[in-house]
Design a protein around this ligand. Sequence first.
Ligand SMILES: Nc1nc2c(ncn2[C@@H]2O[C@H](COP(=O)(O)OP(=O)(O)OP(=O)(O)O)[C@@H](O)[C@H]2O)c(=O)[nH]1
Ligand SMILES: [Mg+2]
Length: 203
Amino acid sequence: MDFAGSDTAHRPMAGRVTSAKIVIAGGFGVGKTTLVGSVSEITPLTTEAIMTSAGVGVDDTRQVPGKTTTTTVAMDFGRITIDRDLILYLFGTPGQTRFWFMWDELVRGAIGAVVLVDTRRLADCFAAIDFFEHRRLPYLVAINCFDGMQYHNAQDVRDALAISSEVPVVSCDARNRESTKHVLISLVEYVLSMRRSRAVAPA
Ligand SMILES: Nc1nc2c(ncn2[C@@H]2O[C@H](COP(=O)(O)OP(=O)(O)OP(=O)(O)O)[C@@H](O)[C@H]2O)c(=O)[nH]1
Ligand SMILES: [Mg+2]
C-alpha cells in the first residue's frame, strides 16, 4: 500500500507500516458513530452530547426513531488494522449542520472519505458530497441498510445523487464489523486506483 504524499503517511524504518486517515461523514443520524464503534479495534473516542429540549425543532429525529438521546458534537475517533502494513485512523464527523464549522479541520490530511447514507433521507448527504467534491477528496457512498433493508439499489442511489460513475456505491450494516471493514477496504482500493490513474495521466 502506498500513501506517500498523505499528511498522515507514516513509515517506520522497519516493517513498512503505513497509516492513513479516513473521514466518516454523512447526514444526521445515519450511523457514523455506530460505524466507527463497530469497526474500531480500540475503544472509540466519542463526543456524544445529550439531546435536550433545546434541540426540539432543530434536531429532526422523526426519521431516526432510535435517535432520542445523544448526538455527536465534535468527532468520533477509532482505529483499525487492515493488514500487517496498513492502519486506518477513522474520524467520524458530527452530522448536524450547526457543528460543521469543524469539518475543515477534521478532513485535514485524510486520504479519503466514506459518505454514509440512509436512503430514506438521501438529501441529507448532499452537503457532505458537495464538500468532498469541492475539496477533490476521493469518497465513496455507503448505503447503511437500516433493519437489514436496502430500499433502493446502488444505481438508483447513484442516479439520485448525480455522482460520477467512478465513485463506488456500496451497501453495509453500520453495526457489523465485517460489513464496515469491507466498506473501508473498498475506499482504500478506490483511493489507490485514483492515485495510479492520476500518476499515469498525461500532464
Ligand atoms: N437498525 C439499525 N439502526 C442503526 C444502524 N446504524 C445506526 N443505527 C441506530 O441509529 C441511531 C443513530 O446512529 P448514530 O451512529 O448515533 O448516528 P450518527 O450518524 O453518528 O448521528 P449524529 O452524530 O448525531 O449525526 C442509533 O440509535 C443507532 O443505534 C443500522 O444499521 N441499523
Ligand atoms: Mg455521531
